[in-house]
Design a protein around this ligand. Structure first.
Ligand SMILES: [Zn+2]
Length: 302
C-alpha cells in the first residue's frame, strides 16, 4: 500500500503542477503519534505539503523541512520530505482536540495550529549551507500559508491546496492529498488568467478525494483548458532514517558529564525515543562510557 505523487507540466511550459495522494503517509503519522482528529488533519496537511515540496528538489539527498509555530494548542509542527519521496513529521501536542467549526462542521485546523507565528522552510541540498526562509502565518490552515511563503519568499506565484478527510465515526478511516501549482517564468497573461479562473472553481481537495478522483484527474481539473504532459509518477512513503548510529551521534554532542548521567539508576540503561517514528533505542552504561572515552580523547587530541 503505497502513496503516489505525480508532476506534470503544460505543453506551453507555463505551468507546473504536482499532486499527491498521501493517505497512507497520514495514516502512518496518526498511528505513530496517536493524533486526535484535528491533529491528524493539521500534521497530515503539513506532511502532504512537504511531500509536494520534496518533489521540487532536484538533487539526490536533498530535503525540505517545514516548521510551523502558530501559537495554537497543537504547539509546533514539523514535517520533513526528501527528494526520494520519504516523509516524516511530528507535533508537540498530538492529543489536543477541538470541537468542529460551528460554521461548516469542519475540523478547525486554523484554530488548532494558530495564526500568530511563523512558517519556516529549510531547504537542504546536501551541500552544506541550507537555504532558509520564513514568513508570518496567514491563517494556520497551512495550504494558504504555503502559497504565501512561495509568493513572498521565493517570488513564485503558487496555488497550494491540502486536505485530510476523516470519518466522523471512525477516525482511522481517512483520505489525504494535496496539489501544488506554480506559474513558471515567461507564462503569458492569458495562461495566468485561465489558471486563475480554474482555481476559482476548483473543488476542495477533500471533495475531490471523496469523489474518488485520482491525482492525475486532480491535476487535469486544476489545469483544464491546457494540454498537459505527465513528467513522472513516483511512490512516496512515511519513512524515518533514524538508527543507533544517529542517536549515538546526537548523544556525542552532549557535555561529557551529562552523557554519563543518562542511564537510569535502577536499570543502568539509557533510552532514546525517535520523535519522528517512535522507535526506542536502548544503550547500556558501557556503551555510553565507551562513547565518553572516545570523546575525551577527541577533545584531548584536538
Ligand atoms: Zn525514527
Amino acid at each position: 500500500m503505497t502513496d503516489h505523487l505525480i508532476r506534470c507540466i503544460t505543453h506551453d511550459g507555463s505551468i507546473m503542477a504536482a499532486a499527491v495522494d498521501s493517505t497512507y503517509i497520514v495514516a502512518a503519522a496518526q498511528q505513530i503519534h496517536h493524533t486526535s482528529p484535528v491533529a491528524t488533519a493539521a500534521l497530515g496537511r503539513l506532511l502532504s505539503g512537504a511531500a509536494l515540496m520534496g518533489s521540487l528538489l532536484k538533487k539526490e539527498g536533498a530535503s525540505v523541512t517545514l516548521k510551523v509555530n502558530g501559537g495554537g494548542p497543537l504547539g509546533t509542527l514539523t514535517a520533513i520530505a526528501d527528494s526520494a519521496g520519504n516523509c516524516r513529521g511530528f507535533l508537540e501536542h498530538p492529543e489536543v482536540d477541538l470541537p468542529v467549526r460551528e460554521t461548516d462542521g469542519k475540523l478547525d485546523v486554523g484554530r488548532a495550529v494558530g495564526s500568530s507565528g511563523l512558517l519556516g522552510v529549510i531547504r537542504d541540498n546536501g551541500e552544506g549551507q541550507p537555504y532558509t526562509g520564513q514568513v508570518e502565518l496567514q491563517s494556520g490552515e497551512l495550504a494558504e500559508d504555503l502559497s504565501y511563503y512561495f509568493a513572498v519568499s521565493e517570488q513564485i506565484p503558487t496555488i497550494c491546496a491540502l486536505g485530510v478527510l476523516i470519518d466522523k465515526t471512525d477516525s482511522r478511516r481517512l483520505l489525504a492529498g494535496g496539489l501544488l501549482i506554480q506559474v513558471l517564468p515567461g507564462a503569458s497573461e492569458e495562461a495566468i488568467e485561465k489558471l486563475e479562473a480554474n482555481a476559482a472553481k476548483l473543488p476542495a481537495v477533500t471533495t475531490m478525494l471523496a469523489h474518488g478522483m485520482s491525482i492525475e484527474e486532480m491535476c487535469r481539473t486544476a489545469l483544464q483548458g491546457f494540454e498537459i504532459e505527465i513528467l513522472d509518477d513516483t511512490p512516496v512513503y512515511y519513512a524515518c532514517p533514524c538508527s543507533r548510529e544517529r542517536v549515538l551521534r546526537a548523544f556525542s554532542t552532549l557535555p561529557l558529564e551529562d552523557l554519563l548521567t543518562l542511564p537510569d539508576k535502577a536499570t543502568g540503561l539509557a533510552e532514546a525515543r525517535c520523535q519522528y517514528c517512535g522507535k526506542v533505542y536502548t544503550f547500556d552504561r558501557e556503551e555510553l562510557e565507551a562513547l565518553a572515552k572516545k570523546l575525551e580523547k577527541f577533545e584531548f587530541t584536538c
